[in-house]
Design a protein around this ligand. Structure first.
Ligand code: ADP
Ligand code: MG
Length: 664
């Protein structure tokens, strides 16, 4: 009831950081770089920027605050704009990739670390900023780690620039040492003890176990909200669904059970639904929030007394066998699981139910997470650092350098795409690719569209690939929605199917009801339209004209092909392919436009692999083998005989059509 009975100003004063406001500002005045450590929820993210604003730092510059997660950047900016009683986007704004909600008045700017990293391309000294808060540094996201090295140089060059690094965990010494033993400021905690209970045996189905535990708490324990940690959207939805079902069957059996408000939170959830987790439940209902690790440290919800921890999380890792990054489910680290438990002790003494054994905690979990830079593809980072004239990447000032093999792998991929030349410098194409906030393959596709005179079409494909799937498939109307999707199919291409969807939406005046009728997510399509217009702006500044190939989409297919040499696959059996480069098996997904053709194309390229029961190709397009040979270096095994045979087939087909036309 705290949030209801107290004004925002009163709430601000109640936060632990408020009691040390003066000392903190003093340390910042006296030092160029400060590390700030404080428990999650102590007010670092929402208060620090406001204190700096109140202390005059925004009279000649902006206070920037970076977040590793988009959701956090948006939600925190909204909160702070409310606390400062200003419109979001006015004095307080945020910027995430493809979305800039700031204006000429903005003095406090929240942004993802990726956005600030890209800003260093245009302005190496970040002149616009008087002070930057690198928030959630303990997450050690890829961009944060690169920013560490870059900002260290800015600090050395600009005496008027200040940097604050914040961390929720106590191992801040490393950050301090990196900047030359700068002061570490501790915000005193105000937390309550959390009782930790372990599972006696390893649990087989943690979704089921979590649902059971939540129901037990709800029926038998004192009031207090519940927070469940799951690994991703699908599991969260399954958990929410199961919880709703149990509640319904209890209610219909006329048992006297209090209300349970079930709330999911994950990054792809629309913002209005995300905001719900902060709202107080109506008439005494208990809240049960089902979250990804976003609720570990980036978002703090008050009133949680019970935490249910599955012990797992999804992280992005470079998979050498697949030759690319994949989101995989792993046990979280001990540090992360302690953070999770801590969420139960913010409002009063709490309980954490760990759905794993104590022995797993002690013997199987890593003490702390592996920084992203040491486990993911570095294509974007390499491109960026090269454009910042850092020629020898092994010399860059990394806090924890990535394995050399990772760097070399990424350089190899960029070379294959034509972004680097034989001595490892950026090519003209590479310089252009840097301009786009896209992964290197998509930037390449776009620029190939320029060369091939179909950039208008490729722009749409790239935009559609940059948003979550637009196809809506409700569980109770699977057949109907599948039939609706199939109507959009372009033979042999999921990419062109996306293009078709977008163009038809456009032809129907971008209407929302049209989307509903065709089982399409209107929000996703609108997002794609926004992305498209932003990329269009970049094309304009580069003076690249918007060429179109009209209705003949074969050339678009060629541009698509040029982006995915690393993901080219050759037919092996029915619905089964092998990657041309490493022989790895990959399968057509049943939802693909290539699936129900009655035949399967000999060569395809795909956007990415998803691992479920098998390795499935996500978004595939058939290609001509000679394109692979012509557009990229010959490192994969396109069989010579295949080329001539296919050429022959194609010729036959053309002759046949010509004949048919003549006969008409
Ligand atoms: P920290 O960064 O130290 O973890 P925050 O500044 O994020 O702490 O949170 C401080 C307080 O503000 C918490 O009590 C949290 O619940 C509240 N808060 C943060 N964002 C929101 C929001 N969008 N809506 C309501 N309360 C919020
Ligand atoms: Mg925070």
């Amino acid at each position: 009831d705290f949030a209801k009975s107290k004004t925002l100003a009163q709430q601000r004063q109640y936060l632990p950081i408020f009691s040390v406001r003066e000392e903190l500002l003093q340390v910042v005045r006296e030092n160029q770089v400060v590390v700030v450590v404080g428990e999650t929820g102590s007010g670092k993210t929402t208060q620090l920027t406001q204190y700096l604003h109140e202390d005059g730092y925004t009279t000649n510059g902006v206070v920037g605050c970076t977040q590793p997660r988009r959701v956090a950047a948006m939600s925190v900016a909204k909160r702070v704009s409310e606390e400062m009683e200003t419109e979001l986007g006015d004095k307080v704004g945020y910027a995430i990739r493809f979305e800039d909600v700031t204006g000429p008045n903005t003095v406090i700017k929240y942004m993802t670390d990726g956005v600030l990293l890209r800003e260093t391309l245009k302005d190496a000294d970040l002149e616009k900023y008087r002070i930057v808060v690198m928030d959630e540094a303990h997450e050690r996201s890829l961009s944060t780690d690169v920013l560490f090295g870059i900002l260290k140089k800015v600090v050395a060059r600009r005496r008027d620039f200040k940097l604050i690094v914040t961390s929720a965990t106590l191992n801040a010494e490393k950050f301090s040492n990196f900047f030359g033993s700068v002061p570490i400021f501790h915000i005193p905690g105000r937390t309550f003890p959390v009782k930790v209970l372990y599972s006696k045996t390893p649990c087989e189905d943690y979704v089921e176990a979590a649902v059971k535990q939540a129901m037990t708490i709800h029926i038998t324990s004192d009031p207090g909200d519940i927070l469940i940690f799951m690994t991703g959207q699908d599991e969260i939805e399954a958990t929410c669904y199961a919880l709703a079902e149990r509640m319904e069957s209890l209610e219909s059996s006329n048992k006297q059970v209090p209300k349970l408000l079930i709330l999911p939170i994950y990054s792809q959830l629309p913002a209005d639904l995300q905001a719900k987790i902060f709202q107080k439940a109506e008439d005494g209902a208990r809240k049960c929030i089902v979250a990804t690790n976003i609720a570990e440290t980036s978002l703090t919800v008050d009133g949680i007394f019970y935490v249910i921890d599955t012990g797992y999380g999804k992280i992005k890792v470079y998979n050498p066998r697949m030759g690319m990054d994949a989101l995989q489910v792993f046990p979280v680290s001990r540090a992360a699981s302690d953070q999770r438990a801590g969420r139960a002790g913010r409002t009063g003494p709490g309980t954490c139910y760990r759905l794993y054994t104590e022995s797993a905690y002690l013997n199987e979990m890593l003490p702390s997470p592996v920084p992203e830079i040491q486990r993911t593809n570095l294509g974007n980072v390499v491109l960026l650092l090269k454009s910042l004239k850092i020629d020898n990447l092994l010399d860059f000032d990394f806090m924890d350098p990535p394995p050399q093999e990772n760097i070399l792998n990424s350089m190899y991929q960029l070379w294959v795409l034509g972004a680097l030349n034989n001595v490892g410098n950026l090519t003209d194409l590479g310089w252009k690719m840097v301009e786009f906030p896209l992964d290197p393959p998509l930037a390449k596709m776009l620029l190939m569209g320029e060369q091939l005179g179909c950039i208008n079409e490729v722009l749409t494909v790239v935009s559609m690939l940059s948003v979550p799937s637009v196809f809506f498939r409700p569980k109770d109307r699977v057949e109907e929605s599948d039939a609706a999707r199939e109507k959009f199919f372009v033979p042999e291409s999921d990419h062109l199917t996306l293009l078709n969807v977008y163009q038809q939406w456009k032809a129907n005046q971008y209407r929302g009801d049209w989307c509903n009728d065709h089982f399409l997510h209107v929000k996703g399509l609108r997002k794609a339209r926004e992305v498209r217009s932003q990329l269009l702006d970049i094309l304009k500044t580069l003076k690249i004209p918007l060429t179109s190939c009209g209705p003949d989409w074969d050339v678009v297919r060629k541009a698509i092909c040029s982006a995915y040499f690393h993901n080219a696959a050759r037919l092996k059996g029915v619905g089964e392919y092998v990657n041309c480069r490493n022989g790895m098996p990959c399968h057509l997904h049943p939802s693909s436009a290539l699936y129900g053709l009655g035949y399967t194309p000999d060569y395809v390229v795909y956007h990415e692999l998803i691992l479920t029961t098998k390795e499935y190709m996500q978004c595939a397009t058939s290609v001509e083998p000679h394109w692979l040979a012509e557009l990229g270096p010959m490192f994969f095994s396109v069989k010579e005989s295949d080329i001539s045979m296919l050429e022959h087939k194609k010729k036959q087909k053309q002759e046949k059509t010509a004949m048919e036309e003549e006969m008409e």
